[in-house]
Design a protein around this ligand. Sequence first.
Ligand SMILES: Nc1nc2c(ncn2[C@@H]2O[C@H](COP(=O)(O)OP(=O)(O)OP(=O)(O)O)[C@@H](O)[C@H]2O)c(=O)[nH]1
Ligand SMILES: [Mg+2]
Length: 439
Amino acid sequence: MNQRNNPNQSDRRLLTVSDRDIFVTTQKALLIGIVLKNEIRADKEESLKELVNLVKTAGSSPTIIQTKRVEKIDPKTFIGKGSIKELVDISDANDIDVVLFDCELTPNQQKELRALFKCDVVDRTGLILDIFALHAQSKEASLQVELALSIYLKPRLAGLGKTLNQQGGGIGTRGPGETKLETDNRLIDNRINKLKREIKKVSKQREVQSSFRKKNNTPLVSIVGYTNAGKSTMLEKITSSKTYVANELFATVDSLQRELKIDGINEHIILSDTVGFIQNLPTTLIESFKSTLTVVKEANLLIHVVDAASAIPEMHINTVHEILDQIEADVPEILVFNKIDRIDKASLNYLTEKYQDAIFVSSTKGTNIKKLISEITTNVFGDLNEVSLLISPKDLDQLHKYSSIVSVKNIEEGLEVSVEIRNYYLENLLQKDVVKLLS
Ligand SMILES: Nc1nc2c(ncn2[C@@H]2O[C@H](COP(=O)(O)OP(=O)(O)OP(=O)(O)O)[C@@H](O)[C@H]2O)c(=O)[nH]1
Ligand SMILES: [Mg+2]
């Protein structure tokens, strides 16, 4: 059972990794923010706030928050012995179930820290993987999350074995849905290979859809952006449909597609929602989600949604661009600031001044959504051209579907047709050699 369907989700959650599935009350978490040498404490505040939200989304309660300055990373315990002792005392005194580090720990550091704290120790990567496991709904997303978790857990199993089998195993140790994660080191490689094969099989379906879309010249527009920016809400508003929206990080981990009918144009656009991005998104996740992210790479246009009310929109924009680079998505984008109902005039002026080509909308209130749709249409379909084309008589029906035919004349090589046609369709038909440009 997924946590979303659990009626008592406020204070109980299902552990899927222990021998028996059991309900446990919310874990008490100790959060440790890290400020490295050359880093400024204030800059790390946002990262820590994000960690608090991640912990809440994972179903734990951030009981105590501590920030530690780390001058030199200790290879054994990440932070120095003195600080660790202080934190262990805090953990003991407050009956902490899980300690969360806002950084990436090596498998050995995690093992060492688990022994010192005598409870679960999870890093940022483990936490993000855990939320993906909670939210994966489709078969494809579940397989991809399990693959990422298995790759992450493999070198950590030596230090985890016991915890995984204890009743108290939690964040970072559960698989998607009802899945039991493979915890036997000898079997995990087999499982990883099997998962890869299964993902390949499932993604065949996506390839079929994709080739069908291309055959029909249907444009694909993908909505990308930082987690919680309002991507699903925007998709819902643009297409007047229902999707899963929540004030949670990574509410969407599946990619969902909807049709957008445009007035005055015969054909529709496919709009695709995607998984949200975050700072330091684990590379195993990006790797594992490659097939889901093909909707981003194959898109004709990206709608890059930014939360206008965020304290650090620039960082969010940069993070999204970095991840797009990482997956080698080279697609034009429209920058869209969402949630403008949540900011004051001065902040809106600042953003409009700084991002002059962006569109400013409120998906919940519907402000400027029409403008956004018209911008998408112009960007995708381009201008209306009046051109003269050469075409074989058998393809006339196809041309008719994508243009308004003004006149047809028989000539030696075939038909000479004058049409009014959008750039997008003209380019597609030229590329497929269905038509030749005469003038
Ligand atoms: N005030 C306000 N809230 C919004 C707006 N758009 C979305 N939200 C809220 O922001 C939260 C996140 O919205 P989602 O649509 O789930 O965001 P998302 O980008 O799909 O998030 P993930 O799938 O988790 O990456 C929800 O609580 C929405 O109701 C808006 O224009 N104004
Ligand atoms: Mg979403």
